[in-house]
Design a protein around this ligand. Sequence first.
Ligand SMILES: [Cu+2]
Length: 120
Amino acid sequence: MRNTLIASLALAAFVAAAGQAAAHASVKSTTPTDKASVASPEELDLTFSEALNLPFSKLHLLGPDGKEIEIGKGVLKDADKTLTAPVTGPLKPGTYTVRWNVLSVDGHKTNGTYTFTVKP
Ligand SMILES: [Cu+2]
């Protein structure tokens, strides 16, 4: 009885780990692209490897001083795999960090950051 329980717990852990490795959302492409030098963008676009759950998926924009800059509400497109948010007003020259926190439809949360530079 006890051995059966241990065996099924081990199997459950294995299945959970395998599922995570196979399916959590990773970034496939972004606009602006990572480390790009661009004119002030009108929006941020991040395309993920799987569909997202919008209420639990958010983009944050941090300015050259590290302070958060308010951006518009995110929306999903391209079969819910692309998260887009409008950037309000022109951004001053400098390096910006995009931080993303997303929940994919399989229930896994992932997050990360990347940077782009606004040209003078
Ligand atoms: Cu997943």
